[in-house]
Design a protein around this ligand. Structure first.
Ligand SMILES: [Ca+2]
Ligand SMILES: [Ca+2]
Ligand SMILES: [Ca+2]
Ligand SMILES: [Ca+2]
Length: 547
């Protein structure tokens, strides 16, 4: 009798137990720390974790090293998430990659990958900012906790968002006004669009983020929480004095710590960023004047060709379409990865709002005015999502006495982060892509070693140094950088041998994917001779023969 009761109780509790074990949503810093620790505990032979640094807000920047044996002497890829604090998905794609790769670590192909390559994973570079998603007041934030005076009025954080309707999230505020530049979108009157004076349209709404002008300077929410953005503080195309850029490039601890680590990691052949920039759905375009300048602004032609090859794979594997065109913001991390770090640098947001088609069953018409909010609402309806829009509701507002002020609109975060139930599939696809990219890595082989006896005790020794990978041994932009090492080929001679022609030690210019270099020497003397070839991004090979 008692047994039966217990059994029934267990059956009743089961759904709750499994729900509690399942990952229910995006990860807070506490949950991310747990996921990092779980990986290190579960796969000690492959996973090493460390705190790279702490942000000004006291939050840990995690680093995971995946691989086996001497990880620092194998070709490596850096995988970086959370470069943009609003983009929670980027964190999931980076840590999710580590989890999926480890989950497959008993298969031969993953084992082989982990024996030959290293992955440096930085799942969240903006932990101060991403935490705003989990805060009692939910609002989009890019900056860390460094205090900034964004509007240079001598005061810090004096005018942040204000939750006027008390719903725990910062949405939008519209004010009826004849000087307003916005009008209701006739395709969906829940959204507002800019009126087009060229078409004789007049605006009748002012549109702001939700809040009051706390410091009465006439501007709304111009300087709130959120200091310096990781993705605007890099040295390439750095623009000082902008909101969130910092006083100088790489002023922030997290930027500095990551850049120092990467500059010291000569073995990194590619940087994979999960962030706003996107050169994977469509590759960068080579632009000749852009590489003729002293400070180059275009990818080199050969590197752009590699980008095109990688982009082709990305589209094939992830099957994503309709990606919007994005211009990287100034000081962004992914551009730094190419222009200043000199590596192949790839980036994708991983998800974007699909282009919707009208649902005729719902009597929807084709949009006349393209608008992200209207498109989102149509897409959300098709997905059965009906809790991410706050209906516009009048509030009394101290800065607009006697005017109609309404608060409402689309929730923060939802335009760039999909519902969490989509995340697992996105992680699976992007993990498959990153693994494929790793398989394209430069890889060195020394082949066709031949010896030919000549007169006077001389031997001609020749061989080919082959790059079996599809990526080059280093980039064209890397030629301008100290931080990329060339392949060095070195002869180890026996005591009675000498090199008559050819160099005992030489470095090789970049070898393109599937390409090779032919080398030959004239050697005097007999006995054993060995040749070492290698570089940090390609791995090393040794080959020996007897003359
Ligand atoms: Ca200020
Ligand atoms: Ca609100
Ligand atoms: Ca203000
Ligand atoms: Ca405010």
């Amino acid at each position: 009798m008692k047994k039966l009761y217990l059994f029934n109780l267990l059956i009743l509790l089961l759904p709750f137990v499994s729900a509690a074990q399942k990952q229910e949503g995006y990860s807070s810093n506490a949950v991310l720390a747990k996921r990092v620790k779980t990986l290190a505990d579960k796969y000690p032979q492959y996973v090493k974790t460390r705190a790279l640094t702490e942000t000004s807000g006291g939050k840990t920047i995690w680093m995971l090293t995946l691989g086996s044996g001497k990880t620092e002497s194998k070709p490596a890829m850096a995988v970086v998430g959370g470069v943009e604090g609003k983009h929670l998905l980027g964190v999931e794609l980076a840590i999710g990659f580590a989890e999926k790769l480890m989950a497959s670590s008993s298969t031969d192909s993953t084992k082989n990958l982990l024996e030959t390559q290293t992955f440096y994973i930085f799942p969240n570079m903006s932990p101060d900012a991403t935490e705003q998603y989990f805060a009692p007041l939910k609002s989009e934030r890019s900056g860390n906790a460094t205090p900034t005076d964004d509007d240079r009025d001598g005061k810090v954080n004096e005018d942040g968002f204000d939750d006027l309707d008390g719903n725990g999230k910062i949405t939008w505020m519209r004010v009826k006004s004849p000087i307003g530049k916005y009008k209701l979108n006739t395709d969906d009157t829940r959204s507002l669009i800019l009126a087009d004076p060229a078409k004789g349209e007049a605006g009748n709404y002012l549109l702001f983020s939700e809040g009051i002008d706390n410091d009465k300077d006439g501007v709304f929410n111009e300087d709130g929480l959120g200091g310096i953005s990781f993705n605007r503080n890099s040295s390439f195309n750095y623009k000082p004095f902008g909101a969130g850029t910092g006083d100088y490039a790489v002023s922030e601890k997290e930027n500095r710590a990551l850049f120092d680590l990467l500059f010291n990691s000569f073995n990194v052949y590619a940087v994979m960023t999960f962030g706003p920039a996107n050169n994977l759905s469509a590759p960068v375009q080579f632009n000749a004047p852009g590489v003729a300048k002293r400070v180059i602004t275009s990818w080199y032609e050969s590197d752009a060709k590699v980008n095109a090859l990688v982009s082709e794979r990305y589209n094939k594997i992830t099957k994503t379409t309709d990606a919007p065109k994005v211009t990287p913001e100034s000081g962004d991390f992914s551009s730094w990865g190419y222009f200043h770090y000199g590596r192949l640098s790839f980036s994708t947001p991983g998800w974007w709002l699909p282009k919707t088609t009208p649902d005729t069953a719902r009597k929807e018409k084709k949009f006349v005015n393209e608008d992200a909010a209207a498109n989102y609402l149509r897409w959300a309806a098709s997905q059965g999502i009906n809790n991410t829009f706050t209906p516009w509701k009048a509030v009394s507002h101290p800065d607009f006495k006697g005017q109609t002020v309404e608060v409402g609109g689309v929730d923060p975060f939802v335009l760039i982060n999909p519902p969490y139930k989509f995340v697992d599939d996105l992680v699976t696809k992007h993990t498959a892509f990153v693994v494929d990219l790793a398989k394209m890595a430069p890889h060195l082989e020394v082949i066709n070693l031949r010896t030919e006896k000549l007169a006077d005790g001389l031997t001609r020794l020749s061989l080919q140094v082959l790059n079996t990978g599809e990526l080059p041994t280093y980039t064209s932009v890397g030629d301008r950088s100290y931080f990329l090492k060339k392949i060095v080929v070195k002869l180890n001679l026996s005591p009675n041998q000498s090199v008559v022609s050819g160099r005992k030690s030489q470095s090789l210019e970049s070898i393109a994917g599937k390409d090779f270099r032919e080398l030959s020497w004239l050697i005097k003397g007999t006995g054993k001779i060995s040749i070492d070839a290698g570089s940090p991004t390609t791995g090393n090979k040794s080959i020996a023969t007897t003359l």
